[in-house]
Write a protein that binds this ligand. Sequence first.
Ligand SMILES: O=C(O)c1ccc[n+]([C@@H]2O[C@H](COP(=O)([O-])O)[C@@H](O)[C@H]2O)c1
Ligand SMILES: Cc1cc2nc[nH]c2cc1C
Length: 348
Amino acid sequence: MNWIEAPCAAPSARHRDAALAHQGQLTKPPGSLGRLEQVAVDFAGWQSTAQPVLERIAVRVFAADHGISRQGVSAFPAEVTAQMIANFCRGGAAISVLSRDMGADFAVVNLGTFEPVSDAPGLHNLQLAPGSGDFSSGPALNEALLEACLEAGRSQVDALDCELFIAGDMGIGNTTSAAALCAAQLAWDAQAVTGRGTGIDTATLQHKRQLIDTALARHRARPDNPLRNLRCLGGLEIAAICGAYLRCAQRGIPILVDGFIATAAALVAAAINPGLRPWLLAAHCSDENAHARVLAAMHLRPLLDLGMRLGEGSGAAVAVPLLRSALALHRDMATFVQAEVNAGATPE
Ligand SMILES: O=C(O)c1ccc[n+]([C@@H]2O[C@H](COP(=O)([O-])O)[C@@H](O)[C@H]2O)c1
Ligand SMILES: Cc1cc2nc[nH]c2cc1C
């Protein structure tokens, strides 16, 4: 498992500087395209080029069941995880539609559901375990399973040829795991991290909070041991997303981070290997209660806030047109000199 701490790539400061200078020459008041200018500069640094492009996008939805779902923490039954895997592969889920719409390379990775699922086109049916363990009574994963999940994420990314990576998640109960991981990494209590997930009522929310606080104490969760936190409180798909993100940063592939679960994975992965940080771009702020707070703690500023709370990578997918707009503007706008527009320097 030594690979996870291997050095990450570094974005090119020279190309970032050149892109920033180019933005200053385009026919607009400096800074007037706001975040779109920063996105273009980020891509120039990520791709080490003056003219970044965004054609090849890879979407991988990582799915798994969660032992903690047996404690009644979700508005939906655990069978939905397996049912949605089939829906992703048939093309009917939100992320299937969005991936088609943006011409992405799309696949689903089943790390392990309670009941095995049938093979389907576009499904990497790994079934490493029948879901994770219930972390209210023991660790979610054992060492071997944690390693296998990280490796599964890594091998997905090793097989890619793309300019942007989106990880989606699917797993009934996984907002409980993600919340526990955020609390563990940030030394916060359950109150600060727990939300309504798929839409639980207030009594269930209270129960979810109590389970998280008890689990944090039981597993003696501490920010300085992210791998242990991931093993004790994580899930199969969350660990795989961590592995995928780490490999992206090592290979120099930028990561468009989706919602609360993807952000929890990024938080843990960045604690494992801080070189990951410059490869993260937060797509959106989910309606899941703690997402805004966790993004702020990570100094990540989301591009969108649409009240979405679906997961699957859907919040990241809807931000892709913005990224493409940013790069088209950077590439195709005229400069002040080309357009013979007065650049606005005031004469003495
Ligand atoms: O990504 C998010 O911000 C997000 C917020 C709330 C729910 N979800 C999705 O809903 C499922 C988890 O919700 P729950 O209530 O079962 O913990 C899981 O499949 C997630 O993809 C996702
Ligand atoms: C239907 C459904 C779709 C989902 N996609 C991601 N999480 C989900 C949870 C449910 C319940």
